[in-house]
Design a binder for this molecule. Structure first.
Ligand code: LHQ
Length: 274
């Protein structure tokens, strides 16, 4: 099953589509495609704000069960658009991060639905941060990952310094961030940076397959995302409390009812995400 062609939306709960961010919906899966292929999908404020808005819209839209983020052309995302007026000694780089990068990263993390990065090419700098903020990364064979910040004298931002040590450990995180070397897809898989590597030609199909499976998950999937994301910042007592709170919500969901009924009658449950 190939990815649907990205297209605009005119339905009542419309999801942001701009020329720099395409959106397409298919069977509960919302695909957001970064669309500046001529610069390997370098990030501008417009792109960052559109991704954030797309995720916030997805949170409110019951018909969206999974969000996929990918890139048009041969790149996934080359990070900050370096031709967009960023200069050395930029007075308000901190404000720029706070106003545009932070909302995007938080919108992805706070969305209580799975987010899949379908990494179709290079993910560099904040483009790598974007991939790391997703819950799952499926990479095409030609995908590469570069902590490019150090190559231009900057530090990891947009969450890379948070996600990277959690995914690969501090020793590897330091190496990747300080050397800024290119990590190919096989190495990314070995390091645990990505969940799957597939032939480039099969990336769209493999992503659709994976996302469609996630789209059938119960309401508890979003709560699982919440719990796992909280866990490394909490001690055991706190986390046991958080589990109790989340289980209380899950146990009151329609999907738990459906799951129990299906178990008793020896059928496969059909979850609605409620
Ligand atoms: C680009 C870019 C790009 C513009 C390729 N911008 N045009 C920083 C500052 C401020 C605030 C917030 O946070 C950040 C965080 C960051 O993200 S810092 C890191 C920014 N990104 C980079 O440093 C990566 C820059 N790009 C590269 O190193 C290479 O392009 C990579 C390794 C990504 C890909 O290399 P190639 O496959 O050899 O492609 P290419 O270099 O030929 O790029 C193709 C075109 O895209 C080219 O334009 P041209 O007109 O010559 O065809 C590039 O200039 C353009 N491009 N990245 N970030």
């Amino acid at each position: 099953m190939p990815h649907p062609e990205p297209r605009g939306y005119s339905d009542p709960m419309s999801i942001t589509t701009t020329s720099v961010l395409l959106s397409a919906r298919d069977a509960g899966v919302l695909t957001l495609t970064l669309n500046r292929p001529e610069v390997l999908n370098g990030l501008t404020d417009e792109v960052l704000d559109a991704v954030a808005e797309g995720c916030r819209d997805a949170a409110k839209d019951d018909s969206v069960r999974v969000v996929v983020i990918t890139g048009a052309g041969r790149g996934f995302c080359s990070g900050q658009d370096l031709r967009g007026g960023i200069t050395s000694g930029d007075a308000d780089i901190r404000g720029h991060l706070r106003d545009h990068y932070v909302p995007m990263i938080k919108a992805i993390r706070e969305l209580e639905k799975p987010v899949v990065a379908s990494v179709n090419g290079v993910a560099a700098g904040a483009g790598m941060s974007l991939a790391l903020a997703a819950d799952f990364r499926i990479a095409g064979e030609s995908a590469t990952f570069i902590q490019a910040f150090v190559r231009i004298g900057l530090v990891p931002d947009a969450g890379s310094s948070y996600f990277l040590p959690r995914l690969v450990g501090t020793a590897r995180a330091l190496e990747l961030a300080m050397l800024g070397e290119t990590v190919d897809s096989a190495e990314a898989l070995r390091l645990g940076l990505v969940h799957r590597v597939v032939d480039d030609a099969h990336l769209a199909h493999a992503t659709a397959d994976f996302a469609t499976r996630l789209a059938r998950a119960p309401r508890s999937a979003g709560l699982i995302k919440r719990l796992i994301n909280q866990s490394l910042d909490n001690d055991l007592d706190t986390q046991l409390e958080r589990e109790g709170e989340a289980q209380d919500i899950a146990a009151h969901s329609d999907d738990f009812g459906a799951g129990l009924t299906a178990f008793m009658s020896k059928h496969t449950p059909e979850f609605t995400g409620h």
